[in-house]
Design a protein around this ligand. Structure first.
Ligand code: HEM
Length: 931
């Protein structure tokens, strides 16, 4: 491809014979780019790529717009051709040039940039908290750290029930029953590292341990960066919440602090800014996912001790001063709110070691534990320890199935729902009256919807398997017992327990597929992200010529790069066949996993970027499918559908009505001043505090501070993104000077400055070792501003605030580029590391029917979508297939839906358009009036 490219460009040049003249044009830049040296994989974090390319490269991929964009802090690829909507595509003759066309250059360029980011992230951002970091840096017995595959810290401890079975105090390796299915606590996913990813293991980090807990001022950099301006309640989290997170309500909107109107009249109104391409189902889907991946809380609780949540100080003249009663009233915050402190696993001083004259901490200053399995194993449904497993109720008539019980609330025949929790099954009184599921915390009707849907899906698979077994009882089911691998297990031999566990594998894989191929491409609504996510799952090369050519370019470049190492190669190669199913043709059932030298768990920073509370509206717009779905019948406050009330609400209105209601309603934009009011005023009686309430938006900030997440600017530097040098950098440079949008962003930047303030800078203070200035000098407190001038306290901004303030985003991105950077690394790692998504995705574990079900999105073979949405032939999406199976009443409504997370009943129009028109039959829906 590169050869073609060079030859093509040279021919054109000869034809014009005007290379010097063309140098600053797109064509000239392409020639210079094609002839120039390749971008090398950095050997040191200070030489990272930062999402920024050479000027010629940028111009070749996106013209002058992209070349100019290099002066901003934001990643370059978002200005390349064809990475936005229709307007970003070049048309006319050049667009017909195939590999040489500007659109291809843009998209392959974006894919290359993302893959470079991933390689660098794998190289520089893995910090394990189990105690393995020293081996990662030093290596072991001649093997370099990043190539290590097993760690003594990941052995089962003496006293663990499976200690003997894995080898006791000798070499430990999982085998037999322990490797057949996903184990309850997540042990033995990796056969060589039994403890990896299991319940109660420490969260890792993606930032250097030295950069964690800046509030503690443990090193000179942290002190230089923040002075004495930081603390758990500094700047005041409730003040931040009220000033920077509160949704602005029009006067008389009767929002009532998010508690709406008691009679649920459709006229009730709580303003919120809506995202263009995502619906409310997408908000609760991601909460449903996070409950599978991580939790800091144990049975919904933290430490018993309560602490203040702020609403007490503001910064005045560079120091904290108490808020007056008048200010408290104006802000609407509550000084008496109390919340329980975070659980901490280790807080004694961390040991250090020295390697090549550089001192390293062996772990972060404090550590916390992930209380659920880190694997994508549907543990929120199936459990992660004994207590949570007791909440998973089986159908007594068929123990392979989950229990579902009829509910007469709607007087419907045949409607069945998850049964309610039994008092003995939980320790948290707050959960009383909820459905019995493994992870019941922060329960609401959205979670209830998805838990019920997947309980149905589980049972539908069991039925399909039993049907097959009845037809072909003596045929090979595909399943094997590792103790007798050559012995065929016939359909008739599969036990109830085997079938339950097989179904768990299938449902977990379906969920992972929905998330990777359906939720994420809608969250990041543009072509490179669509191709990138498909590549993660099922590979580039076989599917898409564009993506395949990007991969080819990358491989050629890597081969020539002196920085190429095993990790880089592996990551790039894996993007070829895809990560899912990687190595499943080899005899070794563990051979396809790759942890890149650092045991898998999510990092603390991953939790931070999933603090997505602004997605949630204050009021649900409830519809009735049978009468007229274009009418909003009532506005139900979300807060009246939390905890036990969720269960009532789901049963009262039924799955189909909740499906269409959440499917048509748009979710909240992830931006400043757009957090739900009800979460700022959430009642939490279990705390027994005098207000009985907490501000969850303020708590998002407090928790990150308790857990030592670096502040926004250092967070970006650590992740290989460019720093900001003032609050003004947040303003989207694409906006016209006189636009209303720019004025609004300027207003919000003003509020940021008012909250976080400024200080007089001192250029003698070096503030980071993560990066250098463009001229190679060290980054200092003045961030390029004159010494002694007043500079914004941009270094103090909390990550949750900074990511919402990123108004400048790639086209169609509901999240910020900072959050995306965290996903690039961890979203692929949770696939790379999981045996059941790589080498053990095979019939021996999933059965033949299970493999087919996951690959083809259910029974009935592959089903294709009509037309070519965004230019792609697409299969009917996996979640649409699940909904069609579980709520067949939605068929007519779903006919025109391509991606279940795209607001329903809309005709999306052309190439990644953020606009829509109502589909025929939905024109009268009032939701379309308010854009
Ligand atoms: C009705 C809806 C919701 C309620 C009532 C709710 C409530 C809460 C509360 C009270 C906490 C704090 C727990 C603590 O640290 O003590 C929390 C944490 C969190 N929430 Fe939500 N939430 C809701 C929706 C969502 C959604 C849609 C997301 C999207 C991903 C989300 C993501 C998170 C995350 C990532 C945490 C941190 C969990 C951890 O520390 O392990 N929440 N939520």
């Amino acid at each position: 491809m590169k050869k073609l490219f060079v030859i093509g460009s040279a021919v054109l040049l000869l034809f014009f014979g005007t290379y010097p003249f063309l140098k600053s044009t797109e064509l000239g830049s392409c020639v210079a780019y094609a002839l120039g040296s390749f971008l090398e994989v950095a050997q040191d974090p200070s030489a990272r790529f930062l999402g920024k390319v050479h000027e010629d490269t940028a111009r070749c991929r996106g013209g002058d717009d992209a070349a100019k964009w290099r002066a901003t802090p934001w990643v370059d690829w978002q200005r390349y051709r064809a990475t936005g909507g229709e307007e970003s595509r070049s048309t006319g003759l050049t667009s017909k040039l195939g590999f040489l066309s500007p659109n291809t250059r843009g998209i392959t360029g974006a894919l290359l940039d993302m893959e470079y980011q991933r390689i660098e992230l794998l190289q520089f951002n893995l910090f394990d908290n189990h105690g393995t970091f020293e081996a990662y840096v030093r290596g072991r017995n001649g093997t370099p750290g990043p190539s290590l595959k097993a760690w003594p810290q990941l052995r089962l401890p003496l006293g663990h029930p499976a200690y003997g079975a894995v080898g006791g105090d000798g070499p430990q390796q999982c085998q037999g029953e322990l490797i057949r299915f996903r184990n309850l606590t997540g042990i033995c996913n990796d056969i060589l590292n039994p403890l990896m990813g299991s319940t109660d293991q420490p969260f890792g980090r993606n930032v250097r341990f030295e950069a964690t807990f800046p509030d503690l001022g443990k090193n000179e950099m942290a002190i230089n960066r923040h002075g004495d301006r930081l603390g758990l309640l500094k700047p005041d989290p409730q003040v931040i919440s009220r000033k920077l997170f509160s949704r602005l309500q029009q006067p008389g909107s009767n929002c009532n602090a998010g508690y709406g109107s008691p009679d649920h009249v459709p006229e009730a109104h709580c303003d919120y800014q809506k995202a263009p391409v995502l619906n409310v189902l997408a908000a609760f889907w991601i909460q449903f996912m996070t409950h599978d991946w991580f939790s800091h809380l144990e049975e919904g609780r933290n430490q018993p001790e309560l602490m203040s949540m702020g609403c007490s100080t503001r910064i005045f003249n560079g120091s904290q001063s108490p808020l007056t009663a008048q200010e408290v009233k104006q802000l609407g915050c509550r000084p008496e709110d109390r919340v329980d402190r975070s659980l901490i696993a280790a807080d004694q001083p961390a040991a250090t070691f020295t390697q090549e004259n550089k001192q390293h901490l062996v772990r972060a200053h404090k550590t916390t534990l992930n209380r659920v399995t880190a694997w994508w194993d549907a543990s929120q449904i199936y459990g992660y320890n004994d207590r949570s497993r007791k909440r998973v109720k089986r159908d007594p008539r068929d123990p392979a199935k989950l229990a579902l019980e009829p509910s007469n609330l709607r007087g419907e025949a045949g409607a069945e729902y998850l049964p309610l929790l039994q008092t003995a099954d939980y320790a948290n009184s707050q959960w009383s009256g909820q459905e019995s599921v493994a992870f019941p915390d922060n329960w609401n009707v959205g979670l209830s919807f998805f838990h019920n849907i997947f309980a149905w899906e589980h049972n539908i698979f069991v039925d399909a398997f039993r049907k097959q077994a009845a037809v072909t009882p003596d045929e090979d089911s595909g399943l094997r017992n590792p103790l007798r691998p050559s012995a065929i297990i016939r359909y008739t031999d599969v036990t109830d327990e085997d079938l339950f566990e097989v179904t768990r594998l299938v449902v977990a894989a379906e969920i992972a597929k929905i998330h990777t191929l359906e939720w994420t491409p809608q969250l990041l609504y543009n072509e490179p992200a669509y191709l990138g996510m498909n590549a993660n799952w099922s590979g580039l090369a076989s599917k898409n010529k564009l993506a395949a050519s990007a991969l080819e370019q990358l491989l050629v470049r890597l081969a020539k790069s002196p920085g190429a190492n095993a990790r880089a190669w592996y990551s790039a190669f894996a993007a070829g066949p895809g990560i899912f199913g990687l190595g499943n043709q080899q005899p070794d059932v563990n051979g396809g996993v790759n942890h890149f030298g650092s045991p898998f768990n999510f990092p603390e920073e991953f939790v931070t970027v999933y603090r997505l509370h602004p997605l949630v509206p204050d009021l649900f717009e409830l519809r009735d499918l049978r009468t007229d779905p274009n009418v909003i019948r009532s506005k139900i406050p979300v807060v009246e559908t939390v905890r036990g009330k969720a269960t009532q609400a789901l049963r009262q209105h039924g799955l189909a009505n909740w499906g269409i209601s959440m499917g048509r309603q748009r979710l909240g934009l992830l931006t400043l001043q757009n957090s739900p009011a009800f979460l700022q005023n959430l009642s939490v009686p279990r705390l027994g505090s005098s207000t009985g309430r907490i501000d969850v938006a303020a708590l998002d900030i407090i928790r990150d501070r308790e857990r030592g997440v670096p502040r926004f600017n250092e967070f970006r530097r650590q992740y290989g993104l460019k720093q900001l040098t003032s609050f003004d950098d947040f303003i989207d440079p694409r906006l016209r000077q006189d636009s209303a949008e720019r004025a609004e962003q300027q207003r919000l930047v003003g509020v940021l400055r008012e909250v976080y303030k400024q200080h007089r800078c001192d250029e003698s203070k070096i503030i980071t070792t993560a990066q250098l200035n463009d001229d190679g000098s060290k980054i200092n407190d003045c961030l390029g501003h004159p010494n002694g001038s007043m500079v914004d306290n941009i270094e103090d901004v909390d990550v949750v605030v900074g990511m919402l303030a990123e108004f400048t985003r790639p086209h169609g991105f509901a999240i910020s580029e900072t959050q995306f950077q965290v996903f690039i690394l961890n979203a692929s790692r949770r696939l790379f590391s999981d045996r059941f998504f790589t080498s053990s995705f095979r019939p021996e574990f999933y059965t033949k029917l299970g493999v087919k079900w996951v690959n083809e999105n259910g029974p009935d073979g592959k089903v294709m979508e009509k037309g070519k949405p965004n230019g792609h032939e697409m299969e009917v999406s996996p979640l649409k297939r699940v909904l069609l199976r579980t709520i067949p009443e939605l068929k007519t409504e779903l006919d025109s839906v391509v991606n279940v997370f795209d607001p329903w009943a809309r005709d999306r129009g052309h190439y990644y358009s953020l606009q829509w028109k109502p589909r025929p039959g939905a024109v009268t829906d009032p939701a379309f009036k308010n854009r």
